[in-house]
Design a protein around this ligand. Structure first.
Ligand code: HGY
Ligand code: MN
Ligand code: MN
Length: 399
């Protein structure tokens, strides 16, 4: 194992156990809960060890600075700590651990950046607790209203503002204006690098994607005394909609997932009064995504008419097609002699890309699996990712 791989493993092991579920092996690192707060303290400690002052932006995002923030033209790197329920180890934290190690690599080489460099940790990237993905970066950039963000609530009814300990500060154009570029390193969520036998890639684009909430209202009643013909059962409309989403996505070579459902009253012997399902839909092209969601809506509405139920559809989050800065992607792919890949996964880099030149680096994931305990990366490839990130940061801050 090379020295860098060993140093990666040592730093990785310092946070790997935090929030890990002993049964599933997956992670339960929801934003601003105890495990993620431990990781935020770890972030501060790592920054302190490197003499990097930490700035909070009032939205839950952290920024560790190498150089004077007021000098402007800074290069930001980093990612997020939070996970989906029983998510993998690498999705998010790999970008933050790699960023601190890249700083170490640059310093060990005697490099001093000509412009400030910052390591960032964005809050609630997965949206697993408060329902809106990239909440921290959307707040920083003003892409979500503070009032809406403050009132987002988790399953226990705790608001984001309460979890944060204050009303979120919202857009910070002064801080955002201090960044000239953002580079996020992330574990690949697919097998393209395995197939191309390369440890690192540069991102070209993020598919347009979003989350839509389908509320089906029916009539609660007794499971044993209600004739089938007399029922207005929202579970039927929900079940049909799940199958319709799968079919319409296959017809369009798009992706549709209904993986979260809430049932009221959720009792074995009571016909539900209400069923809520969340659709995660993604496609390579915006018009394909729009067509997919509209087709699912129309099929759900048609079935609701037949079932005597009522459908309410709410768009909870939408991310347009993100085409990363082409010149930057090409420059980095040439620098690293790395392939260029699109992704169907959303990232804070996808939000920031609308505000400043942004790039992503992907690190090979042997399983290609993500949002699951099966997500993986080898120490050697993670070390290659650190080396690549250090080279990119040097290239972007050397003048
Ligand atoms: O859902 C996504 O694509 C990202 O992991 N938040
Ligand atoms: Mn993720
Ligand atoms: Mn992620």
């Amino acid at each position: 194992m090379t020295d860098l791989a060993a140093r990666f493993r040592k730093l990785w092991d310092s946070l790997a156990p935090v929030g890990r579920d002993a049964d599933s092996g997956g992670y339960l690192r929801y934003a601003l809960t105890e495990p993620e707060r431990w990781l935020r303290a770890w972030f501060r400690d790592q920054a302190d060890q490197r003499g990097m002052p930490v700035q909070e932006d009032g939205n839950g995002n952290l920024f560790a600075w190498w150089g004077d923030p007021a000098a402007g033209d800074a290069v930001l790197t980093g990612s997020h700590f939070d996970s989906v329920p029983h998510g993998g180890a690498y999705d998010g934290p790999l970008g933050i651990v790699s960023a601190f190690l890249a700083v170490d690599e640059l310093r060990a080489a005697g490099f001093t950046p000509a412009r400030p460099l910052a390591v960032g940790a964005f809050v609630e990237e997965e949206g697993a607790r408060f329902g809106v993905p990239c909440l921290g970066s959307r707040l920083l950039t003003g892409e979500i209203a503070v009032e809406r963000a403050a009132e987002l609530r988790d399953a226990a009814g705790v608001s984001f503002a309460d979890a944060l300990g204050d009303r979120p500060a919202g857009a910070d154009p002064v801080l955002l204006g201090r960044f000239a570029a953002f580079v996020e390193l992330h574990v690949e969520q697919g097998r393209a690098l395995v197939e191309q036998d390369a440890p690192v890639a540069v991102a070209s684009a993020i598919w347009p994607h979003g989350r839509w909430r389908f509320d089906f209202q029916g009539e609660g009643n007794h499971a044993g005394t209600t004739r089938m013909a007399d029922r207005r059962d929202p579970m039927l409309t929900y079940a049909f909609t799940v199958l319709a989403a799968n079919k319409e996505a296959r017809l369009r070579d798009a992706h549709a997932t209904v993986a979260r459902v809430a049932v009221e009253p959720n009792a074995t012997n009571a016909i539900p009064s209400r069923v809520t399902g969340w659709l995660d839909a993604r496609a390579a092209e915006p018009q394909t995504l729009h067509g997919l969601v509209e087709a699912v809506r129309a099929k759900a509405a048609e079935r609701a008419r037949r079932d005597g139920t009522e459908l309410t559809l709410t768009e909870e989050s939408a991310t347009p097609l993100v085409a990363f800065d082409g010149g930057l992607a090409k420059r980095l792919a040439t620098l690293l002699d790395a392939p260029v890949l699109p992704t169907g996964a959303g990232h804070d880099a996808g939000v920031l890309a609308a505000h400043l030149p942004t790039a992503m680096l992907f690190v090979r994931n042997p399983t290609g699996v993500s949002h699951s305990p099966a997500e993986a990366a080898t120490d050697a490839d993670c070390a290659a990712g650190v080396t690549a990130l250090a080279r990119v940061l040097e290239e972007l801050t050397c003048r």
